[in-house]
Design a protein around this ligand. Structure first.
Ligand code: TYC
Length: 102
């Protein structure tokens, strides 16, 4: 009959609708010139970290070369990268920020 697969079709449609979006890590890279205090300010301003969390992430980047600031959907991650790079350039710091699919 016409309705025999209706329930499955609805379930299938709901399943695809509910699929979570791909997520992206926003990563800060170390360099030899950007002041530690500036990196802490970036993490507090753009990634909603408190001073302690921001300091921990900054020190991890400083020692290990990179560190994750947060994980976001593609559009949010891309906006954060642009904001951080623009802010760093305004202050003439070479800080680099990139995104990477999880
Ligand atoms: N290495 C920098 C310094 O010694 C500090 C720094 C930390 C720079 C994290 C960038 O993403 C960074 N001043």
């Amino acid at each position: 009959m016409a309705t025999e697969n209706h329930g499955d079709a609805v379930l299938e449609a709901e399943k695809s609708k509910l699929k979570p979006p791909p997520m992206f890590k926003v990563i800060l890279l170390n360099d030899d010139f950007t002041p530690m205090e500036f990196v802490v300010a970036v993490l507090q301003t753009f990634f909603s970290k408190n001073r302690e969390q921001a300091t921990q992430i900054m020190l991890k980047v400083h020692k290990e070369g990179m560190g994750v600031c947060g994980i976001y959907p593609s559009d949010v991650a891309a906006a954060k990268v642009e904001q951080v790079v623009a802010f760093a350039r305004q202050h003439q710091h070479p800080l680099q920020c990139v995104m990477e699919k999880t």
